[in-house]
Design a protein around this ligand. Sequence first.
Ligand code: HEM
Length: 567
Amino acid sequence: MNTSNNELAILSIVLFVTGVLLYTKGTRRAPLPPGPRGIPFLGNMFQFNVMRPYPQYLKWAQRYGPIFSVNLGGQRIIVLNSSEAADELLVTRSKLYSSHESPHVGFDLVSDQQRMVFMPYSREWKIVRKNVHGILGPGPSKQMRKMQDLECRVMLHDLLCHGDTSIVEDFVEGPHGKVPERHWFSIIRRYTTSLMMTLVYGRRIHRIVDNPELHQVYEMMSNITHVSQPGRYLVDALPILRWLPDILAPWRAEGRKMHEWEMDFWGKLFSDSRTAFLNGTGLNGFVQSYLRARAEAGLEDLPGKGATEDAAGWMRDKLITYTAVSIIEAGSDTSSTAVFSFVLLMLSNPDVLRRAKEEMDAVVGSSRMPDWEDEDRLPWLTACIKETLRCAPPLPLGIPHKADEDDIYNGYLIPKGSTVIGNIWAIHMDPVRYPDPTAFKPERFYNPDGKFNWASGPDTHNRDHYIFGWGRRFCSGKYLAEASMFIVLSRLIWAFDFYAASDLQTGKVKLPDVHDVDTFTDGLVTAPKIYPVGFQPRSEKYAEMIKASYRDVQNDWQSMGLAGDKR
Ligand code: HEM
């Protein structure tokens, strides 16, 4: 048959229109994914703990399969429970699913719409992401290795001085997950937060005790992860409530107050940096470099929020402030959580720990600390870290995405505006993918001949774990996070015999149960609650090396123009 160009064009249009009509008809007709039956208006709100949904989401995943849906007072939540479902929607169809959920209270009110992790897929997010990538991408993140090395040496010294303080003193966790200053958790938190502060502001956290700054950072992080949890505020689910007058909308004043509280702290850090930059005393953090570049473009003074409308899209002051906050928040709590879980899981599995020490002794020995070039030669340690991340992902439900359009998956409708969650916890507990999933078995990742591979690359189907999320919103800090986990955990194994507290009467080891959800905190980031551990150097020789290394590091700080450690 000889078809003319005109006929072809008409045929294409007819097919296209028919396709669109069929698609929209299908969209309207398709059922929602299965899920538990709820009650009118409030849906499934009272069927699980909204501050800790992942255990119930696992049960529903086991019952309903790769996709289910729940309704939280009108907020439709679609949960993806297999790597195939999450890959298909969040990676292959990432054009539709690259917005993050923007909770009204946490994003509009507390963050004045400037917090990156809650931004929709928008021009503003792209501007922020590009800038963040400029310091966290594979190349630039390597420049932080020197700081990771030095801060890690300080951490070893702090743990040496800590000894068994947290066992002897029997500390109690404060409100909002507040960690006592002399507990070993604070030492790890100082490491991760100091690294982020140097990256962003060019200033260290050089003190743990009498340093309210460090603890306030964590209080604010805990606050934002709690206020932003889906289901925390009804107004997040029912946009109509946003029209209520102030008197009937107590969350409004609450959210604004939290914004002021945040700005008192983060806004001051920003303005101090700006003043230092204007006085010519600025250091080399992201904020100062950005202000310098902006000033060179003739925009020294750019108050307000958002970015300029021109092609350059310069960030205004408030957007810079919150970009700095996003990096510090995203990089501090997550990385320290991984360390707390690693220590807990290793102590709970003494044979695994013993083997890690044997490997360390054979590969590194006692005359030097492990370093970056040892990565490929410590496959058992690598396997232990990966297994930790599988068994205790710091964000078991990732950060919720959002559907920007109606979509169909496996015959089910995903309505526009739905919250879409990649259920990392259910994927990690899938017995087909990981036989005997609740057991801590590093051997599943043990590969003595393979290259050191953290599986965070683009091959989403065959990843070892999913802790960094999916698609265009994939964790920006993965390179830095992986490097920190390796250097901190390898040196911890190398330097110390760490041990749990034991019952004075029975001599039995006292450790929180890793299988009990109450061992972990609520909220977006799920970290072990504080537990005591003692740190003993493996011999006097190790202790001397740690002390000498700490003294050397003080000279490094001085030559880099950074604050020395105060203890
Ligand atoms: C073990 C440590 C870490 C874990 C488990 C983790 C996990 C995640 C997850 C699940 C997401 C959301 C991904 C998605 O939406 O699908 C995310 C986003 C992000 N992470 Fe990480 N992260 C870690 C460390 C870091 C570090 C060290 C940094 C910074 C230095 C960082 C910076 C970010 C940023 C800026 C985002 C937001 C990306 C966006 O909104 O586009 N993360 N992370």
